[in-house]
Design a protein. Structure first.
Length: 120
């Protein structure tokens, strides 16, 4: 028994996309990690749950921070878009402070922790 040359590519595509659609509908297909913030038992923010993919406005709104103070803390220009991701701040800080070569998301997390705890 042989498969018609016309039907073979159609069957392959149906199988390929069918498995993706089924896995997406069951929740097994996940393309983005959990972006929820985690808190310690004492109610304090677990800074390790802050991801570079969080947007600046998410952080400002979630933790009720002052936008100007946030921008001042990270030495951001006033026209920096609040829809930018936190990992974009790392690039800006590396440009402004090339002598501090080890600026990464951990640095951003520490500064955010100080800013959030200073507010409360």
């Amino acid at each position: 028994m042989s498969i018609n040359k016309f039907w073979f590519p159609i069957i392959v595509l149906v199988i390929f996309f069918g498995t993706i659609i089924i896995s997406m509908s069951t929740g097994a297909w996940v393309t983005e990690g959990n972006k929820a913030f985690k808190f310690t038992a004492s109610g304090k923010l677990d800074v390790t749950s802050i991801k570079g993919s969080h947007r600046v406005m998410e952080i400002i709104k979630t933790f009720h921070l002052n936008k100007e103070e946030f921008y001042k803390t990270f030495e951001l220009p006033k026209d920096f878009p609040p829809t930018s991701k936190l990992k974009d701040i790392v690039g800006i800080l590396k440009e402004k402070h090339p002598d501090l070569g080890d600026i990464d998301m951990n640095y951003i997390r520490e500064k955010l922790d100080e800013l959030i705890n200073k507010k409360s």
